[in-house]
Design a protein around this ligand. Sequence first.
Ligand code: GLA
Length: 705
Amino acid sequence: MKEKKLVELSGTESQLIIEVGDFAEILHWGKKISGSLENFRSALHRPVPHGRLDKDVAMTTLPELGRGVFSSPGLEGHRNGQNWAPVFFLKDIQQSDTQISLASEDGQAGLQLVTEICLDEFDVVKTRHTLTNLKSGQYFVNRFANSMPLPVRVNELMTFHGRWAREFQTQRQPLLHNGYQQENRRGRTSHEHYPAMVAGTSNFDETQGDVWGFHFAWSGNHRLRADVKTDGRRTMQAEVIYFPGEVALEKGESISTPWLYASYSENGLNEMSHHFHSHVRQSIIAEDFQKKLRPVHLNTWEGIYFDHDPEYIMEMASQAAEMGVERFIIDDGWFRGRDDDTAALGDWFLDERKYPNGLEPVVDHVNALGMEFGLWFEPEMINKDSDLYREHPDWLLAVDGYDQPTGRHQHVIDLQNDDAFNFLYERLAHFLSTYNIRYIKWDMNREIVQPAHDGVASGRKQTERYYQLVDKVRAKFPHVSIESCAGGGGRIDYEILKRTDRFWPSDNNDALERQGIQRGMSYFFPPEVMGSHIGSDKCHCTRRRHSIEFRGLTALFGHMGIELDPVKEDSDEKANFARYVALHKQLRTLLHTGKMWRTPTDDNAHQVLSVVAEDQSEAVVMVAQLDMPTHSLSGNLRILGLDDKATYRIYVLDKPANYNDIVVFQPPWTEAGCELSGEWCKEVGLSMPLLDPETAMLIKVEKVN
Ligand code: GLA
């Protein structure tokens, strides 16, 4: 038995205290506490009750059945039926200020485990395990999970669910015995089970309560679990779901879990999001893209769908430029035989019937207007009605002998097939080196059923090969911005964000729906990675109509774009687009670098989002009226995150066209502006204007002294 000692990792507000001996156990993960580590240890020895094993059992970051842990183990595997309940002993600890690396071994089973735990200045923990097979003979891994302890006072969860066109919906539930589990088996991050959750003390909310947030950085199948054991201890667990037989380690081979990102906040969800947003900005998004201003998009999809005529597209581009658009993107429909969504995926050659003079004149035209040019791809997919499939029917990701259901008429390409992989890279590289393309929208429009390479399950490897394909493109074309899209928000997570820099959160451009989707997404992602487009007044997904003010302000709070055919819009509407594009440009540095606050309101019919500059010198606040106000007065609008002691000038930047017609009069501050302290704004607020359902207004806050 090794002598035990305590090691610690400190963030700015939070701390991890880990006991290491034969194994490592996290004893405290929460608020940073000053004092002697040794005294803490003596305070935490657990009693051993009757009716259980006769010794204390630790909950480690890799719970082991062999040590007497009866809840979900961290590793399940075997070597021909042997070595199926390994027990690891700590051999070596490497520690720096921000990271601990623990190497353990089970000599009998011939396995090595390395556990890395990092805690950064933004109070974000990231952790993963790596397992290596040290002995001859394959070691089959069935399950391999990251586990983190939660204190006993955690008894409530916020989880996410969704579907196509309705992503990032949140749900609250108690954490009880038998816990919570979500499984995503759809082969991509998925709309349904976004891989994140928040655990906290009773009734935690945006500004109050202890919360522990988790994000599992993986773009394939996963399982998340939060459990209450019979002894009351709580854990959170995250893992990739492996299909039978798909992970077999030869001697010397290793497998790593994805990174599990986690953060503790003692002040509720806003602060938790600030931690994650800062981490994403500093450590996840490639530096060059984080530093660059994000250009306003015009995407052709909802404007013309598959109906491509280069002359017309150039007219769309001219009009987009007049509205202030900075990046013009040709979406689906430009490649050989792609006249609808039943054919041609895989045939990544320009459709010369539609573009008889090539793509160059269009790219040149877009560039001459001062805009960047972007193009849509869906590289991992193939239609059976394509030349590629006719030539390479064996490139399908499938199990021979079974007929797979299609999704949007398409199938998936086996990326473990090197010829297929190289073909896709070559096609992407061809376009990126032939034309001045500065952005690609990388789509993935179907779920994966029975992924297999040579008959062997390959869910995990397909995801890893997808990362390798994006990495290869990134390495060769580092200046090209990549948006991750999967039928809207089906592939949004931190691992793909390391190699892309924008997400398409939803195919739903309905401003009312987007208010909810973007709010849900904001728990783990800052506004600048959320593609947010103004669609036409009648939404293509919901058939609902919204005013330009509501659409414009909703799109403002992300990375803005326009998704329609400007040629078909009348001059008033075009002037309105130009107005919101200009407003976005005026505010984007603030929106894309500041701290976002979701302000609790007195009435759920309102949603208030604000972004406050890091130095607290200014802020912008969006008040969205989602529904009919519950009462005839709407209470007070509070503004969070300002400097308590400073005085701010507060004025309205944008409001609905009928603003003054719907009441006898609106609060006078909304006409004349006013000056208030940051403390007043936070504690008391300003009288909330009355708004019609499905409208919004925008307020600017500027420090005067
Ligand atoms: C997906 C995307 C859309 C669009 C279409 C094109 O649905 O989410 O934005 O690119 O594919 O087929």
